[in-house]
Design a protein around this ligand. Sequence first.
Ligand SMILES: O=C([O-])CC(=O)C(=O)O
Ligand SMILES: [Mg+2]
Length: 219
Amino acid sequence: MTRIHARAASAPAEVVADLARFGVATVHEAYDRRGLMTGLTPLDPELTACGPAVTALCHAGDNLMVHAAIDTCTPGDILVVATLSPSTHGMFGDLLATLCQARGVAALVIDAGVRDTRDIRRAGFPVWSRAISAAGTTKQAAGWVNTPVVCGGVQVTPGDLVLADADGVVVVATSDAAEVAAAAARREEHEGAVRARYAAGHGKNIDDLLRQAGAAGLS
Ligand SMILES: O=C([O-])CC(=O)C(=O)O
Ligand SMILES: [Mg+2]
């Protein structure tokens, strides 16, 4: 059984750039509220990232396959790390962040812990993780690279587009990406109109909404 697969093909660069213009909340809505990871938070909420997923599936407490996955990354990729059983070990720290930056990896999304967090923040490497933990890991257990994983409760297939910001992480299948970007653009246009009305102090018609919800109106 092959454990290390080559990096998967992904959406064209212009589709990645198109999706990167939007926030996670907008894309999640535009994707019919699919693809949103749970329980992962950013180390630095000012940073954003969008790129194709390269995946690593590790044994809990072992980061060998993180090293192996970085070897398959090309510039702009997002490293998505999952473990076979729940783990909060600090599997990734400032040394691995240094390697990722040297290889042009755009970000790390990890369903486990990270450490050396002040150094990673200072280096400006974007990370979304389930935990912060100084607990160390071994490099002894062979896992998998570029196989489908479940990260933050969402299945990530290698090459899927990963978008992350202060709100969290959303995953969009490569084949859906162009359509989702178009739907996100329409949503932003609509929200622009709503924002202008709200800025002028005009909220929703509560009476109508309550009636539609089967409740009595205001009077
Ligand atoms: O070395 C490790 O296992 C993780 C770490 O602390 C680093 O990358 O700096
Ligand atoms: Mg370290």
